[in-house]
Design a protein around this ligand. Structure first.
Ligand SMILES: [Zn+2]
Length: 344
């Protein structure tokens, strides 16, 4: 089949590739409709590796996908041909200790689309376990369905924060993950969100998504803004969707006593952490790795329009222009958030 294949670092082709995919009894075959281009795909394209994951042989990119069920395995009862679906791209070993404990995203044996050596989904069809395939509500488009994967990260972060109604939240970083985290935090009960970035067009877009106050940290001061909105107390929850030494320090500065910091962005190298600054506020530190158990809830929030991700989909390319889509994603305009590729 035709697929978007990363041959090696900086070498990407739309070309024929043979992928053996027998349909197991608990699997479904899905015709792919829309795939989002993720920062991790772009990172593999530009650098050939993320941490310990190194591209050593040609690999199909893509892990944010929606499509239509073409065929179901003999034991599948939850889905049928023609269903519009999106897929959770990480499939754990069902018998692993992590999976049995409900921590399936932490299973060391998890097979995740477009994480070497596992092929991704930028191709006309995939075989996937029905248990990790979710029907889209009728009013949710394929483009929105392909946004469930990044939204799931924000949903998981909101769960880890244990939000309470009325919390004041801060999201550091207005990239795609910062944006979806702000949406998830508002849906999870935050009364308002402060969001930071240095790119004003991203902040301008964020401000249209709900009770979200943009703070351009190149010009303004986040701590002052949060202090004056909270009688000097600080934010109940800070989501760090940046992962730089400055953002980690900023999170500890603006979180309130007894508050929570959720680490989402992955620093490229170890960062300093001021333990005393955290201790004097008894800050609860949470971390996340991808997500677990959130796809159905993300879809429910999209279906009820409590969460609307459509303003975040800023560019669309056809399948034949996939390489151009990736080249654009390497040098995105500051007004861009999410690039998607349509296969149909
Ligand atoms: Zn992604």
């Amino acid at each position: 089949m035709q697929a978007v294949v990363l041959e090696k670092v900086a070498s990407l082709n739309l070309r024929e590739i043979e992928i053996e995919e027998p349909l197991g009894p608990h699997d479904v075959r899905i015709g792919i409709h829309t795939v989002g281009v993720c920062g991790s795909d772009v990172h593999y394209y530009r650098h050939g590796a993320i941490g310990p994951f190194v591209v050593r042989e040609p690999m199909v990119l893509g892990h944010e996908a929606a499509g239509v069920v073409l065929e179901t395995g003999t034991a599948v009862t939850s889905l049928k041909a023609g269903d519009r679906v999106c897929m959770e791209p990480g499939v754990p070993d069902p018998n692993s200790r992590a999976t049995r404990l409900g921590l399936y995203n932490l299973d060391p044996a998890v097979r995740f689309w477009a994480t070497p050596p596992v092929h991704g989904c930028l191709r006309p069809s995939v075989v996937h376990p029905a248990a990790f395939t979710f029907r889209l509500p009728d009013n949710v488009s394929f483009a929105e369905g392909a946004m469930v994967e990044p939204l799931a990260v924000g949903m998981h972060a909101a769960n880890k924060a244990r939000l309470r109604p009325g919390d004041v939240g801060v999201v550091l970083g207005a990239g795609p993950i910062g944006m979806v985290t702000a949406l998830a935090a508002l849906a999870g009960g935050c009364s308002r969100i402060f969001i930071t970035d240095v790119q004003q067009p991203k902040l301008d877009l964020a401000a249209t998504l709900g009770p979200i106050t943009p703070v351009n940290v190149a010009a303004g001061n986040l701590a002052d803004a949060v202090r004056s909105a909270t009688d000097g107390w600080g934010a109940d929850v800070v989501f760090d969707a940046v992962g730089l030494p400055q953002s980690v320090a900023q999170a500890l500065e603006v979180v309130c006593p007894g508050g929570c910091v959720v680490m989402i962005g992955m620093p490229g190298a170890p960062v300093p952490f001021d333990v005393v600054a955290a201790q004097v506020k008894e800050v609860r530190i949470e971390t996340i790795f991808r997500y677990a158990h959130v796809f159905p809830r993300a879809l429910a929030l999209m279906g009820s329009r409590k969460i609307d991700v459509r303003p975040l989909i800023t560019e669309r390319y056809g399948f034949t222009d996939s390489v151009a889509a990736f080249d654009y994603a390497c040098r995105m305009k500051p007004t861009s958030v999410k690039v998607q590729i349509e296969l149909k």
